[in-house]
Design a protein around this ligand. Structure first.
Ligand code: MN
Length: 230
């Protein structure tokens, strides 16, 4: 086995699971755009219920277990976006809204870190968002809490403080596309696999961070995350 690769493969990205010794192996990271009306408005968009849209980050973009967020290259405007994260445990395509929650292993809290200047340029030029969204360390994420222990939260505060000052606050009940709808719709576009993560969108209040800042956020009933910008 050892010699089957031309070089050693990089390690499988994983998240810890609360109450378990076993790790959650991460497959893909999907992110939902503009899923809270007040954030859609602050970004200059009509919050009317257009179909959800998605972009991806890469599994190796994850920052886990309180590691630092290194300020990325090629930007002067890095934004935080505090989000609830859905961890898929059972894959499928064309999943129905009614069955969608059966596919959820658990939940986590994460930060969709964004090079807003590069994303803005990509939007203006009609180009893909990868340079704005899928850079190294762009996806800090907490440990996963299994749905078997907390159920499927559909309300609860989503908040973020930077250096102790509250910058974002919303509630899961403000999601434009609810979790079952998001999973069902996403599964018409991609075949979901165990290990997929879905960053479900951010409430209003996104803003820039600088080196030395301390981000501390959470989703009520799920967990918290602390990440230092270095
Ligand atoms: Mn986001």
């Amino acid at each position: 086995m050892k010699d089957q690769f031309v070089f050693d493969p990089l390690p499988q990205p994983t998240l810890r699971v609360i109450g378990s010794e076993k790790l959650f192996p991460v497959h893909r990271i999907y992110c939902v755009g503009r899923n809270y009306a007040d954030h859609a408005i602050e970004m200059g968009h009509d919050p009317n219920r257009e179909p959800p849209f998605f972009f991806q980050k890469n599994p190796d973009c994850l920052v886990t277990d309180g590691h630092d967020f290194p300020y990325p290259a090629a930007t002067k405007d890095v934004h935080f976006e505090m989000e609830m994260v859905v961890a898929i445990g059972k894959g499928g395509a064309d999943i129905t809204v009614e069955n969608a929650l059966d596919h959820v292993f658990g939940y986590a809290v994460g930060l969709d870190m964004t090079r807003r200047d590069l994303q803005g340029e990509a939007k203006k030029l009609g180009r893909p968002w990868e340079v704005g969204k899928a850079f190294e360390a762009s996806a800090p994420c907490s440990a996963i809490v299994p749905a078997s222990s907390i159920g499927h939260p559909d309300q609860g505060a989503v908040w973020l403080k930077v250096n102790g000052t509250e910058r974002q606050r919303g509630d899961l009940d403000q999601l434009i596309w609810k979790i079952p709808e998001t999973i069902a719709y996403l599964s018409t576009l991609f075949t979901l696999q165990p290990g997929d993560l879905i960053y479900t969108g951010t409430p209003a209040g996104v803003g820039a961070i600088q080196r030395g800042d301390q981000m501390h956020g959470g989703v009520e009933g799920i967990g918290e995350i602390r990440v230092r910008v270095v």
